[in-house]
Design a protein. Structure first.
Length: 312
């Protein structure tokens, strides 16, 4: 980490040729009074993404650093090398298919973290640009009022930070454990590794756009695949972050289990729905959530009755 460099913008990209210009322009438009660097990790894109980045790098050679790529290494390894190439006091995350919408995003967020020295990381509200089935722009990840400062356990229950909004305080995490490689995500574990060292800040202002599109690694996943990934992450991290937070990760697991049961119920696959409901009930029993257990049992009885009516 360099004490001279205030912010490293970490730009992660793969096959984002049609989006990368908007992402890069949103970084260059930032109005800041401190030095920044833009570190780009392109994972051997095949669609011309790197050529677009090269144009920007040549126009701003002192600002850009494009990490070398000789072969595709996958999302986890590409993120890892990007993260540890950042030398700034803070790391601002951005993926090549998202973009920032506020010219003072970095100014506001860095001022917030300079003021709140107990913050290990921070995020803010975003909008969602849906280029998929729903279409349009909407405010994303509305889970009620998120506090200005949150503890580790809140983030263990639910990842309320969207990647394009996140700034990490650099120097807190000097390595990523190997178990992260077994997950289909890098952001939530990385947030939690930082949150071990301080609070999570949240600014209630929209300053970025998260894009949903058919080729997005996460956003293109079907609902059942998405919740299976979240469930696997919750259960893995439950074992890795210590007994004190087991109940918090179980809380997140219950949400995924219930969503999976609901998904398969709507698809008419009651065998699969009951399987996930049983897992949910087991989780409730383990955590002493008797009311949730009773509700789940009632749902199962009601569905069985409905099935018997249809067969009669």
């Amino acid at each position: 980490m360099s004490t001279d460099m205030k912010v490293s913008v970490a730009l992660l990209t793969y096959n984002h040729a049609q989006y990368i210009t908007q992402a890069l322009d949103s970084v260059l438009m930032q109005q800041v009074s401190f030095p920044i660097e833009i570190i780009v990790a392109d994972d051997c894109s095949t669609d011309g993404t790197r050529a677009v980045i090269e144009v920007y790098r040549k126009a701003n050679p002192s600002l850009f650093k494009l990490l070398p790529s000789v072969k595709n290494v996958g999302m986890q390894q590409n993120f890892r090398r990007l993260f540890f190439a950042c030398k700034g006091q803070y790391i601002a995350m951005l993926e090549g298919d998202d973009y920032w919408t506020d010219r003072r995003k970095l100014h506001s967020q860095i001022a917030f973290m300079d003021q709140h020295l107990t913050c290990a990381l921070s995020g803010h509200k975003v909008q969602i640009l849906d280029e998929g089935t729903q279409g349009g722009v909407r405010t994303g990840w509305e889970r009620g009022a998120i506090p200005l400062l949150s503890p580790f356990r809140d983030l263990a229950r639910c990842n309320f930070l969207v990647n394009c909004s996140v700034v990490w305080r650099n120097g807190l995490v000097d390595q990523f454990p190997d178990w992260i490689d077994g997950l289909d995500m890098a952001d939530w574990p990385c947030h939690l590794l930082h949150a071990k060292f301080g609070q999570i800040g949240f600014i209630p202002e929209v300053m970025a756009m998260y894009r949903i599109h058919p080729t997005g690694i996460w956003s293109s996943a079907s609902p059942d695949k998405m919740h299976r990934r979240l469930l696997a992450a919750s259960e893995t991290m439950r074992d890795k972050f210590g007994k004190a937070f087991e109940a918090d990760f179980d809380y997140g697991s219950r949400a995924s289990l219930l969503q999976l049961a609901h998904y398969y119920r709507t698809k008419g696959d009651m065998k699969e729905a009951r399987k996930w409901l049983r897992e949910y009930m087991s989780n409730c029993y383990r955590n002493g959530k008797l009311l949730s257990l009773i509700r789940a049992a009632g749902w199962a009885v009601w569905r069985r009755g409905r099935t018997h009516q249809k067969l009669a």
